[in-house]
Design a protein around this ligand. Structure first.
Ligand code: ADP
Length: 237
């Protein structure tokens, strides 16, 4: 219990510092983005020649903004909590796939889908989509040589409670038990370039906050399945 207390104090401290730094980074980025627009205007026609350079700078700034947003969300989760909505899960795959289409287009990944969940749940729709995007992007990263991505939703009971399951399965690298033990820790990442190590810890926070669970099954060399389970929302909620 003491160890847990120290850990949560540490996390709270990290949260405060992170939120502070993230805010400080956001301001100069916004200024630079404005400057970039001005330069582009000043250059007029010549801006087209510098098109690639502009795009690269845009992309990198976008990436920093994304990291900062994640950090803030992780550090101050209450402030970033969306209001809960009551809705049937059916259709969530169709709503989410367009958000990752640009990544899927670049890869040799076949997408299989089965959307059978009918029960309603209580969660912010955007947050659920964000969790799914995190899981799908991880799956894509794990299949750099191509593979199969299966997205499934179905009604499912857990410990006798009715609910809904959403499974994201890949045929990628898989994980060793050692890695699996750490994936939900904030800042744990095995990625050298793209990783923040926050995707899964934020996802877990968003799901458990609504009474749900995230579980994982993985085998090195064979692939990984993440399953989100959410309790069915009460009638008339
Ligand atoms: P990030 O993606 O920024 O590293 P995450 O919290 O989303 O942060 O994931 C943490 C780590 O979990 C990843 O670096 C990777 O090692 C592992 N991981 C997550 N999803 C998968 C997957 N589908 N296949 C293999 N490894 C995964």
């Amino acid at each position: 219990a003491t160890r847990q207390l120290v850990m949560s104090e540490k996390l709270a401290a990290i949260g405060e510092i992170t939120a502070g730094i993230a805010h400080e980074i956001n301001n100069p980025i916004a200024v630079m983005q404005g400057n970039l627009e001005v330069i582009r205007d000043l250059m007029g026609k010549n801006a087209e020649k510098a098109g690639t350079e502009f795009r690269l700078i845009d992309e990198q700034m976008h990436r920093i903004t994304e990291i900062v947003t994640k950090l803030l969300q992780f550090a101050k989760p209450q402030e970033y909590a969306g209001y809960s909505e009551h809705y049937a899960v059916a259709g969530i795959i169709s709503d989410t796939l367009p958000l990752v289409q640009h990544l899927l287009r670049k890869t040799a990944i076949a997408v299989e889908r089965e959307d059978r969940a009918l029960r309603p749940i209580m969660m912010n729709r955007t947050e659920l989509q964000q969790v799914l995007v995190n899981l799908i992007v991880n799956a894509i990263h794990a299949m750099s040589q191509g593979g199969r991505l299966a997205l499934r939703t179905f009604d499912s009971d857990m410990d006798g409670r009715p609910g809904v399951a959403i499974a994201v399965a890949d045929t990628g690298t898989g994980m060793t038990p050692d890695v699996i033990g750490k994936i939900f820790d904030p800042f744990f990442t095995t990625k050298t370039r793209e990783g923040t190590g926050l995707g899964l810890s934020i996802s877990q926070m968003l799901v458990t906050r609504q009474g749900g669970k995230i579980s994982v099954r993985s085998e090195p060399g064979r692939g990984t399945t993440f399953t989100i389970w959410m309790p069915e929302a009460d009638e008339g909620a």
